[in-house]
Write a protein that binds this ligand. Structure first.
Ligand SMILES: *[C@@H]1O[C@H](CO)[C@@H](O)[C@H](O)[C@H]1NC(C)=O
Ligand SMILES: *[C@@H]1O[C@H](CO)[C@@H](O)[C@H](O)[C@H]1NC(C)=O
Ligand SMILES: *[C@@H]1O[C@H](CO)[C@@H](O)[C@H](O)[C@H]1NC(C)=O
Ligand SMILES: *[C@@H]1O[C@H](CO)[C@@H](O)[C@H](O)[C@H]1NC(C)=O
Ligand SMILES: *[C@@H]1O[C@H](CO)[C@@H](O)[C@H](O)[C@H]1NC(C)=O
Ligand SMILES: *[C@@H]1O[C@H](CO)[C@@H](O)[C@H](O)[C@H]1NC(C)=O
Ligand SMILES: *[C@@H]1O[C@H](CO)[C@@H](O)[C@H](O)[C@H]1NC(C)=O
Ligand SMILES: *[C@@H]1O[C@H](CO)[C@@H](O)[C@H](O)[C@H]1NC(C)=O
Ligand SMILES: *[C@@H]1O[C@H](CO)[C@@H](O)[C@H](O)[C@H]1NC(C)=O
Ligand SMILES: *[C@@H]1O[C@H](CO)[C@@H](O)[C@H](O)[C@H]1NC(C)=O
Ligand SMILES: *[C@@H]1O[C@H](CO)[C@@H](O)[C@H](O)[C@H]1NC(C)=O
Length: 843
């Protein structure tokens, strides 16, 4: 049975694996398309398909069938993929779309038919698309709007008919049903004229109409009258300025929020815009006017009064002279010159625009000078001079005198700006952006001292080195300070932000910081975002977090942090939502097990977790911190615990062994004695145990009389009879107790003091009990301490089989003693023949 099961199990596993593989293979081979989002989005681009592949699930919402030779769309062509929202049929060789081709696509929002040579469209071709918002038929061989049956697309918001052959702007009546239409593009068609009535269907539609790159030759007077458009784009529409001017004049009565007029960089035919051209704008009702890719006026003229009522004027990629004058009574409130070839800020002339609220002069490659300041621009709130080449000495006094209500000043991405401390009353500046412009002097002096209302200061990458502690003094209201890519004296942050108590956002990334003192951040109690990435910090003082209780984002990536300490973790503010600790030098040793455990449990808080890599120990280098096996630390602690316990137990055992050394020996002796007792025959009459200090006495008083006088006894004396090279304990057992009939213990003070003698005595006593063999003769010498004697010998002195003798150094006593001793030894003695012969000879 077990043999059978053993074969069955692997077979089963193999089978299941094969099934899984098979299923996988099937779903793959089912559809040749790329599964962008499973069950949701499929890309079947350029696969030589002639129909929808059957493997596309009916839940698919996004389907790209572009570059396949579908050619004809029959009725119900897409009924299998009824959930589609986005359908791309770009360049599908479609020439015929039959009625009801899209039936069932109730959710379709975007239909792209770009690049198809459409010839036949059934009158109901686009029926049943109730949700379609965007219809793109760029380059679709369309010749007229009347032949495009889209009147039922009532949800349509954007209709892009770029690059077709449409030659008439006569909008069919169905446009009046497309009430959500916002964007209508006829760019690159063949519309040459616009007549009255053409656009009637748009009547009050608020939409963007793009007519760029149509060769417009005539616009009938009032063709646009009464229309209200959101935006009208007319780029590259006119063959010369005369046609342009006449056409725009004929557009009078048009209300359009934003008019974009101009050309393309590579196609310029009108060239310059002159005063008369702009004068025709007087008959249009505009809020915004943008002119793009043209040349502006002759140098000394005045801007057309027809722009006066336009609140926003933008001039893009169009040459403008510094000497251009501006009307005194203009209503222009926003003016932008982007990439206009200016080489100085025309502050003096611009000062005529007293209603100016926003002025942007950006991306002028030659703009270096800002010498003259504005005068009397009381409404100016935003001045954006970013992305120019300004090299200037900025005077707060002069700037804020001419534009006292300035709130936003953007001088970013310029060349070099010099700042000084000057105060001219309370400036109202709130936003100040100097990023990527070399700044001279801040950091050394408190250049921003007077800007009490400043909320936002960006001096990122301005080459500033903060030396003075008071560099940011006076910025009482500051909420955002961005100063990435600068430096601090000694690469340390010490108290530089003391008075920035309102700060919400601080970016001091990339500042080569090695240390941030606790006191430099303690004042920032409102701080929400702290970016200290790309520095050389080993960590922050753990108390820092206590002083920033509202912190939500801390970016600490790319520093030299080894781990957060237990105290750090304890202090992290509860409000913290984003913590980026990636690209640090993590120490993944078990010393930081607490931190590593915390990391594993904090994936919702931590950002860029895959980039949190171990740096040490070397065998874990570049392992993701998240993948660190905490279990290895647990095992280690158990091992440590076990080893410590083992060592402790061993120590205890050793101490016990040392303390009860003799008793252990004793147990062993008992055990060994038992085993060998039968093997040895009796050789000695008595085994004498004594302290080596009493050896002389033993020789004199025992050995001599007992061995040399009749009757002869044989004593076992360690100094004579023990076999050298054998352990003492073996000698005691084998030579002493086992081969002797009796044991004589010579009890003296030395004896009582010696642990060894005591041990021998105890062995002898137990021996007696176990073997009932050697009986003990206790010889107590003169002057032995009575109390000690009692304690040591205890009851044994009273045992019947024991002989208890006392020895006194007197002839008579000695005689009695020897007699008693001899008789004790004679008890149970069996004389051998040799002994008897020897005795009779001597006797
Ligand atoms: C596309 O498929 C057709 C048959 O459906 C085949 O004749 C043609 O060679 C294929 N073209 C390519 C480029 O594979
Ligand atoms: C969608 O396809 C699944 C199988 O892929 C099928 O079970 C389901 O009935 C289909 N839904 C509809 C509405 O056809
Ligand atoms: C016109 O449409 C634009 C968005 O296309 C919108 O911002 C604007 O408010 C609309 N104007 C009117 C008058 O509806
Ligand atoms: C302007 O309209 C008038 C009257 O409809 C017409 O004669 C003239 O040709 C139009 N000009 C242009 C440039 O279309
Ligand atoms: C400017 O608009 C006002 C009404 O808002 C109008 O009275 C005035 O004539 C317009 N001025 C110009 C030059 O178009
Ligand atoms: C500026 O606007 C005001 C109010 O809309 C208007 O009365 C005035 O005529 C306009 N000025 C010019 C020069 O159009
Ligand atoms: C604007 O007014 C100033 C005097 O306030 C005058 O010198 C200047 O010529 C005027 N500019 C124009 C274009 O009328
Ligand atoms: C300043 O201009 C730059 C470049 O145009 C832009 O990126 C930045 O957001 C602007 N600053 C502010 C505060 O608007
Ligand atoms: C900084 O603030 C402290 C107290 O808030 C104040 O006494 C000190 O004058 C301020 N320093 C500067 C330079 O504003
Ligand atoms: C912090 O600054 C670095 C570089 O200076 C930047 O890449 C990162 O996106 C910033 N982090 C946050 C949270 O803004
Ligand atoms: C893991 O985190 C949750 C909250 O995010 C906390 O309640 C739980 O105690 C944490 N567990 C450990 C082991 O730290």
């Amino acid at each position: 049975m077990p043999g059978k099961g053993g074969i069955f199990l692997p077979a089963c596993i193999t089978f299941s694996l094969a099934m899984v593989f098979e299923v996988n293979l099937k779903t793959r081979s089912f559809s040749p398309c790329l599964e962008v989002v499973p069950g949701h989005s499929y890309r079947c681009m350029e696969l030589n398909l002639t129909r929808i592949p059957s493997g596309i699930p009916n839940t698919t919402q996004t389907l790209d069938l572009s570059f396949n030779p579908l050619k004809i769309l029959h009725a119900n062509y897409f009924s299998a993929v009824f959930a589609l929202r986005f359908l791309d049929l770009t360049r599908c060789h479609l020439w015929k779309i039959e009625d009801n081709a899209f039936t069932g696509l109730n959710s379709l929002s975007v239909l792209v038919l770009t690049g198809n040579p459409l010839q036949i469209l059934g009158p109901r071709a686009f029926h049943n698309l109730p949700s379609l918002q965007k219809f793109v038929a760029v380059e679709a061989n369309l010749f007229s709007l009347a032949a495009l049956p889209i009147g039922h697309l009532t949800s349509l918001q954007e209709l892009n008919l770029r690059h077709n052959h449409i030659d008439s702007l006569k909008l069919p009546g169905y446009f009046s049903h497309l009430i959500f239409l916002q964007h209508l593009s006829f760019q690159l068609n063949e519309i040459s004229s616009v007549s009255v009535g053409d656009l009637d269907a748009l009547a009050t539609r608020n939409l963007t109409l793009v007519l760029s790159r149509n060769e417009i030759k005539s616009i009938e007077r009032n063709a646009f009258a009464g229309l209200h458009l959101q935006q009208l784009v007319l780029r590259g529409c006119f063959e010369d300025s005369a046609v342009m001017q006449a056409s725009i004049r004929n557009m009078s009565g048009l209300h359009v929020n934003s008019l974009l007029l101009g050309e393309y960089r590579d196609i310029t035919r009108v060239g310059t815009v002159d005063k008369t051209l702009l004068d025709v704008l007087c008959d249009l009702h505009l809020q915004e006017f943008t002119i793009i890719e043209m040349d502006f006026l002759e140098s000394t003229s005045t801007l057309s009064a027809c722009l006066n009522n336009i609140s926003m004027v933008r001039v893009i990629h169009t040459y403008v002279s510094e000497d251009l004058k501006y009307p005194n009574n203009s209503n222009i409130s926003q003016l932008e010159f982007k990439n206009c070839g200016l080489d100085a800020v025309p502050a003096k002339h611009l000062s005529s625009l007293t209603k100016l609220r926003v002025l942007r002069i950006t991306r002028n490659k030659d703009l270096r000078y800002f010498k003259q300041y504005f005068r009397g621009l009381h409404n100016l709130e935003t001045l954006d001079l970013s992305v120019n080449r300004l090299v200037t000495h900025l005077s707060w006094v002069d700037l804020l005198e001419g534009a006292p209500n300035l709130k936003h000043l953007n001088l970013s991405f310029n060349t070099e700006i010099k700042l000084e401390i000057e105060c001219s009353g309370p400036g109202k500046l709130e936003y100040l952006d100097f990023q990527r412009t070399a700044l001279v002097s801040p950091g050394i002096v408190p250049s921003f001292f007077c800007l009490h209302h400043l909320l936002y200061l960006d001096i990122s990458y301005t080459g500033t080195t903060v030396i003075a502690q008071c560099s940011f003094c006076g910025l009482h209201s500051l909420r955002v300070l961005k100063m990435a890519g600068n430096g601090f004296a000694n690469n340390q942050l010490v108290d530089n932000f003391r008075n920035l108590t309102k700060l919400h956002f601080l970016d001091i990334s990339n500042c080569q910081l090695k240390h941030i003192s606790l006191s430099s951040l303690t004042a920032l109690r409102e701080l929400r975002v702290l970016n200290i990435s790309h520095n050389k910090l080993l960590g922050l003082h753990p108390e820092t977090y206590v002083h920033t209780p509202l912190l939500t984002t801390l970016d600490f990536h790319n520093n030299q942090l080894a781990a957060l300490t237990e105290e750090d973790l304890k202090n992290l503010p509860a409000s913290l939502k984003h913590l980026d600790l990636s690209e640090n030098l993590f120490d993944c040793s078990c010393d930081h097990a607490g931190f590593l455990r915390w990391v594993k449990n904090s994936s919702s808080l931590l950002r860029n977790v895959p980039k949190m890599l171990c740096y040490s120990p070397s065998d874990l280098k570049n392992v993701q911190v998240m993948d660190f096996a905490l279990a290895s630390c647990a095992i280690n602690t158990t091992t440590v615990a076990v080893s410590v316990t083992v060592v402790l137990v061993l120590i205890v055992i050793l101490i016990l062994c040392y303390k009860y050394y003799f008793y252990l020996y004793y147990v062993m002796v008992l055990f060994m004695g038992n085993r060998f007792s039968d093997e040895k025959e009796t050789v000695y009459d008595a085994f004498v145990i004594f302290s080596s200090k009493d050896q002389e006495w033993v020789k004199q008083e025992l050995q001599q009389p007992l061995e040399e006088e009749l009757p002869y006894f044989r004593l076992c004396l360690f100094y004579r009879d023990f076999i050298p090279g054998v352990s003492i304990i073996t000698n005691i057992i084998k030579e002493g107790f086992q081969t002797s009939r009796k044991v004589i213990a010579v009890v003296s003070d030395h004896f009582l003091e010696s642990r060894w003698c005591n041990f021998e005595l105890e062995v002898a006593q137990s021996w007696q009990l176990v073997e009932s063999k050697a009986s003990l003769v206790l010889v107590v010498l003169q002057g032995v301490d009575k109390a000690a004697l009692h304690r040591k010998l205890g009851l044994f002195r009273y045992l019947r089989r024991n002989t208890f003798l006392t020895w006194k150094d007197r002839d008579f006593s000695r005689h009695v003693f020897l007699r008693q001793l001899r008789s004790a030894l004679l008890e149970g003695k069996m004389w051998t023949e040799d002994e008897l012969r020897l005795m009779s000879k001597n006797g």
